[in-house]
Design a protein around this ligand. Structure first.
Ligand SMILES: Nc1nc2c(ncn2[C@@H]2O[C@H](COP(=O)(O)OP(=O)(O)OP(=O)(O)O)[C@@H](O)[C@H]2O)c(=O)[nH]1
Ligand SMILES: [Mg+2]
Length: 230
């Protein structure tokens, strides 16, 4: 069952932010992802924490997707993210508790200095673009280059947003954008998912894909170490 985190991301709304604006807290990241305990010292009921970063141009729907996934709500009004937002959600997958720690970077170029905060230690990075604005897909190249500079191992997922509006486009235009998105996802070795936050299309799937690709990666690593068990 999905459980929204207890933190209220709208607490900072009075200061003009949709989700909680968060000052850098590298200690937290260290505590949650780089425990000094060995794996078998850790308590078995401690949830697995997966840090997921979100990057992409401004107004493409990053914060909306995060809020929808964690809280189930959608807001038509745009509230610019000033810096970095952070939310958590714990889900139970096959009786294992997994906490997604989601870090959302404001898309304005002035916030790119905070990219390490979002990308360092992330196990998956959502590279997001707006399906109705091709320029935001072209920007993915630069987001990918810069993000990879800080984190070379996170699994990349390419996300096309606002599918509800894209679906009303002509067939040629849809095909052109879809083809380019497929080319990019291939070059990035990324899964490609189109979603609509306003219409709740593929929102859950994005986070399921992160877990699936990760568990597949872990399986392959185990197979490589113990080929006889493959
Ligand atoms: N129609 C439609 N509108 C959406 C969707 N997702 C987000 N929006 C709208 O797009 C606008 C921008 O959404 P945000 O989530 O604030 O965008 P952002 O990428 O976080 O923007 P920055 O914080 O500037 O980086 C808002 O008005 C949202 O309501 C969607 O799936 N469909
Ligand atoms: Mg935002």
């Amino acid at each position: 069952m999905d459980r929204p985190s207890s933190s209220n991301p709208r607490q900072a709304e009075s200061s003009g932010s949709r989700a909680r604006e968060r000052a850098p807290e590298p200690t937290y990241v260290h505590m949650r992802t780089e425990s000094s305990q060995s794996a078998d010292q850790q308590s078995s009921d401690e949830p697995v924490v997966l840090k997921v970063g979100m990057v992409g141009d401004s107004q493409i729907g990053k914060t909306s997707l995060m809020v929808k996934y964690v809280e189930g709500s959608f807001d038509e009004d745009y509230i610019q993210t000033l810096g970095v937002n952070f939310m958590e959600k714990t889900v139970s997958i096959r009786s294992t508790d997994i906490t997604f720690s989601i870090w959302d970077l404001g898309g304005q170029r002035e916030f790119v200095s905070m990219l390490p905060l979002v990308s360092n230690d992330a196990v998956a990075i959502l590279f997001m673009f707006d399906l109705t604005r091709k320029s935001t897909l072209n920007s993915i190249r630069e987001w990918y280059r810069q993000t990879r500079g800080f984190n070379k191992t996170a699994i990349p997922v390419l996300i096309g947003t606002k599918y509800d509006q894209f679906a009303a486009f002509g067939r040629d235009e849809q095909e052109e954008i879809t083809k380019q998105a497929k080319r990019f996802s291939k070059a990035m070795h990324a899964s490609l998912i189109f979603c609509s936050t306003s219409h709740a299309i593929n929102v859950q799937k994005i986070f399921k894909v992160c877990v699936l690709v990760l568990s597949d990666q872990v399986r392959q690593e185990i197979d490589a170490i113990f080929p006889s068990f493959a």
